[in-house]
Design a binder for this molecule. Structure first.
Ligand SMILES: Cc1cc2nc3c(=O)[nH]c(=O)nc-3n(C[C@H](O)[C@H](O)[C@H](O)COP(=O)(O)OP(=O)(O)OC[C@H]3O[C@@H](n4cnc5c(N)ncnc54)[C@H](O)[C@@H]3O)c2cc1C
Length: 401
């Protein structure tokens, strides 16, 4: 019998870092109420607090116990939809803007973490996007040329070089200068705790019964008839927002990840590089700041909960097999494996802004493979929208597109 955790590595490694009271029977008033205390809510509430807004953050679970506890936290500017395909959908200039904004977001997040000395395992890395099949080479080369044209900091590596330097078998790939990895669970906790120390209020384990609009703003009624009255409400509720909205924003499914024991032997260059491939669904991998290696992918439809643990174990074996094909001889000894809900949008872009279904409220839904990078971009977009300013990305990330 093999007894194994079903929880993500980050939750177990870090434990419950901070606990907050529930709203219980309190009545709060603030400028902005942020609903959802994952990495998105942490970043958005930080931007608001920094700007001088009074903020109340609410979550129905413990802080960062949604997708943020499960994420493998590769910080990439690269969107699930390649630049050349996004250009066909929204035009080349807009597509390039979305890609460039990803680079800026990673840099901004690094600065924020450095400025407040947040202890969250943030490491700057490069990113390598490799061709799984020979037939992928042609479009991947065109993708590279387009990224080079837009000065996205890329170089092309041939198959031999990748095998020699990174120990990976593939057909060639795009190396990007800007990427990073982080422990998003820890980052969300650190950021929220920091802002609580300067006046932000946080209530976890708080179930919201209803929200109402009135002339002065919004009223949030939580269980126990506790209330929050605010001028603006911002939903940072992650994938669960798909159940709240009638508009189809994302397809959701399970995605799987497993992580090795510490001290795994991998090439030095690979330790400093995020890797993903052109497969569908894609396989991805990265090292962690405590000397492990993680591999993820194998997305599948959300199935019967009853079988989830069995499926997860099968998927984990499959991920390791695929890793073995790419890195023959790697000695990957699994320490933890887990699954989490993941969602993709039709164009790989997030939904940030006002939904006509919830007038007066804003949403920051960083869906897709680089959800965290999108949430960082959400910080500036939200501030602009609150101040009635235009933001160049708001049009690309709008509802009803
Ligand atoms: C296995 C896996 C790997 C991933 N890898 C990456 C990656 O490499 N890079 C990347 O950028 N992204 C990745 N993602 C996606 C990433 O996890 C998400 O983009 C990110 O965690 C979303 O954060 P969030 O704060 O928006 O959502 P969440 O972390 O889910 O937070 C939302 C919060 O809202 C609360 N909430 C929801 N509804 C309500 C309500 N009605 N009332 C009160 N509270 C509510 C929830 O309790 C939750 O705490 C991955 C996801 C998974 C599962």
């Amino acid at each position: 019998m093999r007894l194994r955790t079903y929880e993500s590595f980050w939750l177990l490694a870090n434990g419950l870092l901070h606990s907050y009271p529930s709203l219980h029977d309190h009545h709060e008033t603030c400028d902005v109420a942020v609903i959802g205390g994952g990495i998105t809510g942490a970043l958005i509430s930080h931007a608001l607090t920094e700007k001088g807004y009074s903020v109340v953050l609410l979550d129905k679970r413990d802080i960062a116990n949604g997708s943020t506890a499960a994420t493998t936290s590769m910080l990439q500017y690269e969107i699930d939809v390649p630049l050349y395909r996004l250009a066909d959908m929204i035009g080349e200039e807009q597509a390039a803007l979305c890609y460039k904004s990803g680079i800026e977001a990673i840099q901004r997040l690094g600065e924020l973490i450095g400025k407040y000395q947040l202890d969250c395992g943030f490491e700057r890395k490069t990113s390598l996007y490799v061709a799984r099949e020979q037939s992928d080479l042609e479009w991947l080369r065109s993708e590279f040329e387009l990224r080079r044209k837009h000065k996205l900091g890329v170089s092309w590596l041939g198959a031999e070089e990748i095998e020699k330097e990174y120990g990976l078998r593939c057909w060639g790939g795009i190396l990007s200068e800007t990427a990073a990895s982080v422990d998003a669970y820890r980052l969300a906790h650190e950021l929220i705790a920091f802002n609580v120390s300067r006046g932000m209020k946080v209530y976890d384990q708080t179930v919201i019964k209803e929200t109402k609009q009135d002339a002065d703003g919004c009223l949030i009624v939580a269980e126990g008839d506790a209330t929050v009255h605010c001028r603006k409400m911002i939903y940072c509720t992650g994938y669960e927002a798909t159940g709240l909205l009638k508009e189809k924003t994302a397809d959701v499914f399970y995605t799987y990840a497993c992580i090795s024991e510490q001290g795994i032997a991998i090439p030095e260059k690979l330790k400093k590089t995020l890797v993903w491939d052109t497969g569908s669904p894609y396989l991805y991998m990265r090292s962690t700041d405590d000397g492990r290696f993680l591999v993820g992918g194998e997305d599948a439809l959300t199935g019967l909960t009853f079988f989830q643990n069995k499926i997860k174990e099968r998927k984990s074996r499959k991920l390791q097999e695929m890793l073995g094909e790419m890195m023959p001889g790697i000695s990957f000894i699994e320490d933890f494996s887990w699954a989490g809900i993941f969602g993709t949008t039709k164009d790989g872009l997030p939904y940030i802004g006002e939904s006509p279904e919830f007038p007066g409220a804003l949403f920051v839904l960083g869906f897709g493979g680089n959800g965290i990078t999108f949430s960082v971009q959400g910080m500036e977009i939200v501030l602009a929208l609150l101040e009635g300013r235009q933001h160049p990305l708001a049009h690309c990330y709008r509802f009803g597109r």
